[in-house]
Design a protein around this ligand. Structure first.
Ligand SMILES: Nc1ncnc2c1ncn2[C@@H]1O[C@H](COP(=O)(O)OP(=O)(O)O)[C@@H](O)[C@H]1O
Ligand SMILES: [Mg+2]
Length: 265
């Protein structure tokens, strides 16, 4: 299906029975003369953790931004639970963004708000006004990420890992079903990274949350991933389980996962 088939009724995935939570079909995207995505086909299942790997500048962040409608494809479609989201208007996108949240690299917290106020913010934004309910839901979310002791602090006095956890709490407070993480353990020390990995596993176990995690961190990947997708030259070059990734004979993939610098642009 091409993006040119604009209609007021968003097309439903013809094979809605596939059961995929999120589906990317034939996504193409270029910026000027630079062709970034050249036909991405990828399904994300309910409740799984899918890690996305690939060299820097390949379009991993661009691909994630397509899922929450921050970038529109030149060609192709994105489905969230069978609804084609790249045809939606900004207002129609709101319920999708509640279901699928993205945790950006810097967690994007408001420095002038406490952790508690930051986490409450999306609830206010989505129209919840009952202060008792807001307090309760914020506490619940902070408990999941072990930040309840720090809720009166301002983001500038938190460590990088704690800021990320506050970002996660802000994503789950609206009962998001899927969280997209863009390099969540980059710049964290091994212990900070492990805490984030444990949070991702905990949310999967407790709430069945689906996670899509862009990462360069192989240690983290082998702890959290149910499946791995490798983006290379604008397409999904590899898709499989972590065991299949380890076993693949492809030298380029082996170099990547073993940190050998043979990959050139
Ligand atoms: N809004 C934009 N306008 C122009 N070029 C962009 C834009 N966003 C990303 N790019 C380019 O697309 C390429 C892929 O970027 P990105 O998705 O950030 O890579 P990565 O795989 O490291 O996350 C880069 O060359 C980047 O400069
Ligand atoms: Mg990126």
């Amino acid at each position: 299906m091409a993006a040119s088939t604009k209609s007021t009724n968003p097309p439903i995935a013809p094979n809605g029975s596939s059961g995929a939570f999120i589906e990317l079909r034939g996504i193409h995207k270029r910026f000027g003369r630079q062709e970034i995505l050249r036909g991405i086909d990828l399904s994300i299942h309910h409740g799984e953790t899918l890690c996305i790997i690939g060299p820097s500048g390949e379009g991993k962040t661009v691909m994630m931004k397509h899922i929450i409608g921050l970038i529109q494809p030149d060609k192709g479609d994105i489905f969230v639970e069978g609804i084609c989201v790249n045809h939606l208007r900004e207002r129609e996108m709101a319920p999708i963004r509640q279901k699928v949240s993205m945790l950006f690299q810097n967690a994007a917290l408001f420095d002038r708000m406490t952790v508690e106020e930051n986490v409450a913010f999306p609830l206010w934004e989505s129209g919840v006004r009952d202060r008792t309910e807001i307090k309760l839901r914020v506490r619940e979310a902070l408990e999941v990420v072990d930040l309840q002791e720090h809720m009166d602090k301002y983001p500038t006095s938190l460590s990088g890992g704690m800021r990320k956890r506050a970002g996660i709490a802000r994503a789950i407070v609206t009962r998001s079903e899927c969280i997209l993480y863009d390099e969540p353990t980059a710049s964290l020390d091994p212990i900070g990274s492990d805490v984030i990995d444990q949070m991702i596993l905990r949310m999967q176990r407790r709430f069945g949350i689906t996670s899509i995690v862009v990462t360069h961190d192989m240690k983290s990947l082998f702890k959290i991933a149910n499946r791995v997708a490798m983006l290379r030259r604008g397409v999904i070059k590899f898709l499989g389980t972590p065991d299949e990734l380890r076993a693949t004979p492809d030298p380029e993939i082996q170099d990547f996962i073993n940190g050998r610098s043979n990959i050139t642009g």
